[in-house]
Design a protein around this ligand. Structure first.
Ligand code: MTE
Ligand code: MO
Length: 354
């Protein structure tokens, strides 16, 4: 793994390893933590469900496994900071300089959050919010120490794809991925998929945690200083269309002639309709072959293409198109923001062919 910080642990796999398997194994799955990884005992762990519910609940892992129908979903988890390094090249941004590996695709198994909310008698009122409190202590500059917490709108919380997951690819969650219980919110930024989940609260307002209130907001480009007016930021939930070249690597030396390009594309909630690749910085394009899983709408799409490269320097580029006929912005400059989120411009990789 490429470790951006050992404590708290933040690490991503090299892109060629990420692209080697359609389902990302737990050891190859990026890790994003804000604090220490808590050591929790599945046998004694309890989940509390409260707030504006008719029937507050306290559930053991055994209760979750036996009292609710089991559900699995193949889904991408992606950090809002994925590909932040490219924004950093435009102008300095906050946060770890993730390359394109702060993303993974796993088969998550657990129970539907909606089933647990219904068992607690939560009102199905779309103006409400479902807040998650976790077991890890985190520290943010200027915010002090607090427990990690986030929330999602009730309408998403009731969607069938949103899980309280205890397993990843058929095995118990590893400690760093949220053992024994985490939320998985397909299509949303990874930050909403709370790990080490301790409590769920149904409430009128979003979580008052600094993670919800201040972090993970998309700021307008004129906010460049340290005095950030958070009310001007948009809460990041849905993730944008994105694609990356995983192979060859940036600055690779390749043999002149036919060169295989491989990567991923992801369109949360919409399908990937087409992936274009270019060997000349985006003047001429060809279409890549797609490897879809039609049974897994929240999963990513793998793509590959073979381009003929003459000896010399080349700028390889990829851009995806979604089922609404939309594509990605051309340059990272167009989407620069102070916190370095939602970096999803055409992905460019310079290589040298000999
Ligand atoms: N409790 C808790 N949940 C958390 C986090 C965290 O630090 N603490 N990080 C979030 C962020 S920003 C992301 S991108 C995903 C990463 O999940 P992973 O480490 O399993 O890939 O977890 C989310 N859930
Ligand atoms: Mo994240």
């Amino acid at each position: 793994m490429i470790v951006h910080s050992p404590a708290p642990l933040n690490a991503e796999p090299p892109l060629d390893r990420l692209r080697a398997s359609f389902v990302t194994g737990q050891p190859d799955f990026y890790v994003r933590t804000h604090g220490e990884i808590p050591t929790l005992d599945a046998a004694s762990h309890r989940l509390r469900v409260g707030g504006r519910v008719a029937q507050p609940l306290e559930l053991s892992m055994q209760d979750l496994r036996t009292r609710f129908p089991r559900r699995s979903e193949m889904a991408v988890m992606q950090c809002a900071g994925n590909r932040r390094a490219e924004l950093n090249q435009v102008r300095a941004v906050d946060g770890d300089p993730w390359a394109g590996g702060a993303i993974g695709n796993a088969r998550w198994t657990g129970v539907a959050l909606a089933d647990v909310l219904r068992a607690a008698g939560a009102p199905d009122d779309p103006s409400l919010h479902v807040a998650f409190s976790c077991c890890d202590d985190v520290e943010l500059p200027g915010e002090g120490r607090f427990r990690f917490g986030v929330s999602i709108p009730m309408a998403k919380a009731m969607a069938p794809e949103v899980l309280l997951a205890f397993a990843m690819n058929g095995a118990d969650l590893a400690p760093e991925h949220g053992h024994p219980l985490r939320v998985v919110v397909p299509g949303y930024a990874g930050a909403r998929s709370a790990k080490w989940l301790a409590a769920i609260s149904v409430q009128e307002a979003p979580s008052d945690s600094p993670i919800q209130q201040h972090d993970y907001k998309l700021l307008p480009p004129d906010i460049t200083s340290d005095s950030i007016d958070w009310s001007r930021g948009v809460t990041i939930n849905d993730m944008p269309l994105n694609a990356a070249i995983c192979d060859p690597a940036a600055e690779a030396r390749v043999q002149a002639g036919p060169v295989a390009l491989k990567g991923y594309a992801v369109a949360a909630g919409r399908g990937i309709a087409r992936v274009d690749v270019s060997a000349d910085g985006g003047r001429n394009w060809r279409q890549a072959e797609l490897e879809h899983d039609p049974a897994a709408p929240w999963s990513w799409t793998f793509w590959q293409a073979t381009l003929d490269l003459a000896a010399g320097e080349h700028e390889l580029v990829v851009r995806a198109w979604d089922s609404a006929g939309q594509t990605q912005p051309a340059r990272p400059d167009d989407v620069w923001n102070r916190k370095g989120y939602l970096s999803a411009a055409w992905h460019r990789v310079r290589v040298r062919a000999d």
